[in-house]
Ligand binder design. Structure first.
Ligand SMILES: Nc1nc2c(c(=O)[nH]1)N=C([C@H](O)[C@H](O)COP(=O)(O)OP(=O)(O)OP(=O)(O)O)CN2
Length: 178
């Protein structure tokens, strides 16, 4: 191999931006929550709970030293998102079929002519349309994208999966626009 090709080869290796997909599916990335899925204007599930699992994939550009960022910062942000949802009753604030009002101590939920009352101390109303894996995964994705940690320009794609039980999850994805 002549010097030029070696040089061009090494230059190509050094200058070509390489991306890697980092995945996080740690046992501690979960939140235990009560919820009920609203299926239509008149049908819903009974109130119940799950240990929802959270996992994430992010595509990052690898720096010249073969390193993106210390992925501890990504995991810490994911853990923070889980902790904010952990051990609450979660309600959808943007449901087309369910309304939420409140007093000093309670949330009042109206659905299909019935009213439920929940202590505010036990409850979080999220800006989502339903308490489904679809909406939870999108909500956490938006939380991550709004955080300083994930505003790093080296991240070119991000996806978040939320599972409500073994073998079933919803995945929301984001891709940086070129
Ligand atoms: N599209 C969606 N459909 C349903 C969701 C959801 O998040 N998105 N969620 C539910 C339930 O709230 C629950 O999370 C899962 O219900 P179920 O199907 O009963 O699942 P199990 O965990 O009991 O699993 P099995 O298959 O029954 O073992 C319903 N629908």
């Amino acid at each position: 191999m002549n010097n030029n090709s070696e040089h061009s080869h090494s230059t190509d290796t050094q200058s070509a931006q390489r991306s890697v997909i980092l995945t996080f599916s740690k046992e501690y990335l979960k939140f235990s929550a009560a919820h009920f899925t609203v299926f239509s204007a008149t049908e819903r599930e009974r109130l119940h709970g799950h240990n929802f699992t959270v996992s994430a994939e992010l595509e990052v550009i690898v720096g010249d030293n073969g390193f993106a960022s210390n992925y501890r910062v990504y995991k810490d942000e994911l853990k923070r998102c889980c902790a904010e949802l952990d051990e609450y009753l979660l309600l959808p604030g943007n449901s087309p079929y369910l309304t939420v009002s409140d007093s000093e101590r309670y949330f009042y939920v109206t659905f299909n002519g019935e009213e439920m009352q929940f202590l505010k101390a036990d409850t979080r109303v999220l800006p989502i349309r339903n308490t489904t894996v679809e909406e939870f995964s999108h909500y956490i994705l938006q939380q991550l994208l709004a955080s300083d940690v994930f505003s790093d320009g080296s991240i070119t794609a991000l996806s978040v999966c939320v599972g409500s039980g073994p073998g079933q999850e919803g995945k929301s994805c984001w891709q940086r626009k070129h």
